[in-house]
Design a protein around this ligand. Structure first.
Ligand SMILES: *[C@@H]1O[C@H](CO)[C@@H](O)[C@H](O)[C@H]1NC(C)=O
Ligand SMILES: *[C@@H]1O[C@H](CO)[C@@H](O)[C@H](O)[C@H]1NC(C)=O
Ligand SMILES: *[C@@H]1O[C@H](CO)[C@@H](O)[C@H](O)[C@H]1NC(C)=O
Ligand SMILES: *[C@@H]1O[C@H](CO)[C@@H](O)[C@H](O)[C@H]1NC(C)=O
Ligand SMILES: *[C@@H]1O[C@H](CO)[C@@H](O)[C@H](O)[C@H]1NC(C)=O
Length: 322
């Protein structure tokens, strides 16, 4: 079932340079986002980085705009001086921006305020979010993740977008990157570069979108680092559901306080949409494989299920068909 992998990059002869807006939730100074910026630039893309000034993990699509300048001293990893404006760019590279808001707010600030200055009237071809420090597997985490939040907000705006979430969850500054190809941030950046190249291969973006309207990708990369021998995980098509976990609460008998222990439950794993044959992304990305899930931001139930319910409720609820 894993033979349905994304075409190998070795066969891609020409990849057009894209206008890419790069964001995340772990801050503009994280090792992963900077390594990915370098890798996408080196592959010929025009890349604008706009990402939160500080760590904004777990914010989902929460939309919080700044009402003050930078007060949290130093920004993430001491990259911004206290009292600095609510957004700004790196002193050496004017394409690297921080924004003092949530991930969803940062990407929309990038789309509406900063991108027009960099790309002019040319559209953003693709939003890339991440790679997150830690995987975001299954629809439950999909909803909570700021990395994915920035992605679904972009898809809602009509811009093709891909969330990347890497198994290595070490929160680290770009200044700790060893520069070696085996650094987990550089390995994850190669995975991003390769998938973006596959998505772009053969597409003339002045004629065609990279992904259909309302659709995005959520990609879970396995763990890289000393505790893993995985360095070049193949891509595998997956569903968000299938072995996905959802929150469950137990009471700790010692402390008496509630403890979250996630379980595999029936509702979250119902196969309603998606390709039935595809494995779930949660078990898939636990091995040395990169799970590529395709999501839509149309939260309606499919018509066949909606009509079943509408038919039952037709006496009580007015509708077009009844
Ligand atoms: C925020 O920073 C900008 C740029 O330095 C400055 O012009 C503005 O007065 C500041 N606003 C506040 C409320 O501190
Ligand atoms: C892409 O499409 C535009 C508009 O149709 C055309 O002018 C351009 O030559 C195409 N580029 C390539 C590389 O085919
Ligand atoms: C994640 O990456 C960091 C930094 O390279 C490394 O110290 C850590 O051991 C890695 N974690 C795993 C599970 O390999
Ligand atoms: C990685 O490979 C080395 C050498 O083959 C082996 O000793 C080690 O147990 C492997 N580690 C993991 C996590 O598989
Ligand atoms: C319950 O809490 C105690 C004290 O914090 C902790 O040591 C223990 O591991 C917890 N047990 C479980 C099952 O989480």
């Amino acid at each position: 079932m894993w033979k349905l992998s994304v075409p190998l990059l070795a066969f891609v002869s020409y990849v057009a340079g894209l206008n890419i807006l790069l964001t995340n939730d772990d801050s503009w100074a994280s090792a992963n986002i900077r390594a990915t910026y370098d890798a996408l630039k080196a592959d010929g893309h025009s890349v604008l980085l706009v990402a939160p000034a500080v760590q904004q993990s777990g914010k989902g699509g929460t939309f919080v705009l700044p009402t003050t300048n930078i007060t949290e001293a130093g920004g993430e990893f001491g990259t911004i001086a206290a009292g600095a404006p609510y957004f700004g760019s790196d002193a050496q590279n004017g394409d690297l921006f921080y924004f003092n808001g949530t991930p969803a707010a940062s990407v929309v600030f990038g789309i509406d305020v900063i991108a027009p200055k960099k790309f002019g009237s040319a559209p953003i071809d693709l939003v890339v979010s991440g790679p997150n420090e830690g995987q975001n597997n299954g629809p439950f985490v999909f909803t909570l993740s700021g990395t994915v939040g920035a992605t679904y907000v972009s898809v809602e705006r009509g811009i093709p977008a891909i969330a990347f979430s890497a198994g290595n969850n070490t929160h680290r500054s770009f200044t700790t990157n060893t520069g070696d190809a085996s650094d987990p941030a550089n390995l994850a950046a190669q995975v991003v570069k390769n998938l973006v190249a596959s998505v772009a291969a053969g597409v003339n973006t002045t004629q065609e979108r990279l992904l259909p309207l309302g659709v995005g990708l959520s990609v879970n990369i396995p763990t890289f680092g000393p505790e893993s021998n995985c360095t070049a995980p193949p891509f595998v098509f997956t569903r968000l559901t299938g072995g996905a976990l959802v929150a469950h609460i137990s009471i700790n008998s010692t402390t008496g306080f509630p403890v979250e222990d996630d379980i595999e439950a029936t509702g979250i794993n119902a196969n309603i949409n998606g390709v039935r044959e595809d494995p779930g992304e949660t078990p898939t990305s636990a091995g040395c494989l990169t799970a590529v899930s395709i999501f839509s931001v149309d939260y309606d139930a499919p018509e066949r299920l909606a009509l079943f319910i509408q038919h039952r409720l037709r006496a009580a609820v007015r509708g077009t068909l009844f």
